[in-house]
Write a protein that binds this ligand. Sequence first.
Ligand code: CAA
Length: 378
Amino acid sequence: MNLRFTEEQEMMRKMVRDFAQSEIAPVVERMEQGEFPRDILKKMGELGLMGIPIPEEYGGSGMDYISYIIAIHEISKVSATVGVILSVHTSVGTNPILNFGTEEQKNKYVKKLATGEFLGAFALTEPSSGSDAASLKTKAVKQGEYYVLNGSKVFITNGGEADTYIVFASTNPSKGSRGISAFIVEKDTPGLIIGKDEHKMGLYGSRTVQLSFEDAKVPARNFLGEEGHGFKIAMANLDFGRIGIAAQSLGIAQAALEHSIEYAKERHQFGKSIASQQGIAFKLADMATNVEAAELLTYRAAFLKESGMKCKQEASMAKYFASKTAMEVSTEAIQVFGGYGYTKDYPVERFFRDAKVCEIYEGTSEIQRIVISKELLK
Ligand code: CAA
């Protein structure tokens, strides 16, 4: 693996870092009040950030996956909310159409998603089917020129704001995971009902909703990929999505570390800075070592993806380790800040709340260990 970033990748890092500081940081408090960052996403679209790894012929920036991961990483240092919106939009909201769609679907949808005119979402999880994604119950029945969908989905990131949803439904329940198919569902589809907003522990500015399909009529031309290949489409794109969540976790962890170092140098107790006292200095050393390891795993997975190599196991390792690191480092950050860390006067309590879900969505840490061990034992 090349451990040096190219000039182009460094330019992306600088551009996104500046953008995050000048445009995202000022609205973090508004997002903390629950505001969805529409204006930020519009500006990101104008800068080409909503379609970084999408080829230029489909409206994207035509850049590499590493640049895309750099963008999520840098954005998440300032706002994990914007980080997850971008990751879900690109990895699992747009990429399935790019990889499995027809030319007509790519021209119709990817071009708008990659420029940010459309926002994407991914609807796999159901009330009784989370980790066991293949047990989903939503059904799709062909009726003439339409598929009629019935069922419900939960925890849909970008739901209620998205223009398109990649929806997974069974077209042949007797075949289990091989009976699942994928559909591109537009937001105005008759019978698609946006349900309850979840009141989450963190990521307040990102919307997470329930969806229900009540005889929702999806045009047959919006069938994505081949019949019965939906589960593979979901899994293949989750491999990519998990690298994005690893980058989001890394951003949270690094921000928590940076704030902790700054605070530990300023805060004096017992006549000297707490940073110069070993109890805190060792904590910072452990935090930094874990952040560094998470960074290496995340960029290694991105590097494999960019090289067109298999990255299923590495993506899971990156997500598993980086999300664990985000949780541990943000917990330690609160400890470094002491009582102040427990208040909303400092951002470390936000990092802690935002970190937790990284161990849950796009496959829990337990699922990542299933994926890693299955690959090891093959
Ligand atoms: N790429 C392509 N195909 C794959 C694949 C991959 N990465 N992983 C599995 N498959 C294929 C297998 O080859 C197999 O194909 P065949 O039937 O032809 O043999 C088929 O899929 C079934 O594979 P498994 O037997 O391994 O499937 P399983 O039922 O044991 O499930 C699992 C595996 C890893 C547990 C999977 O269910 C899983 O990942 N669960 C977690 C679900 C998840 O991550 N949900 C996230 C929701 S989205 C989200 O969170 C977004 C957000 O809002 C932020």
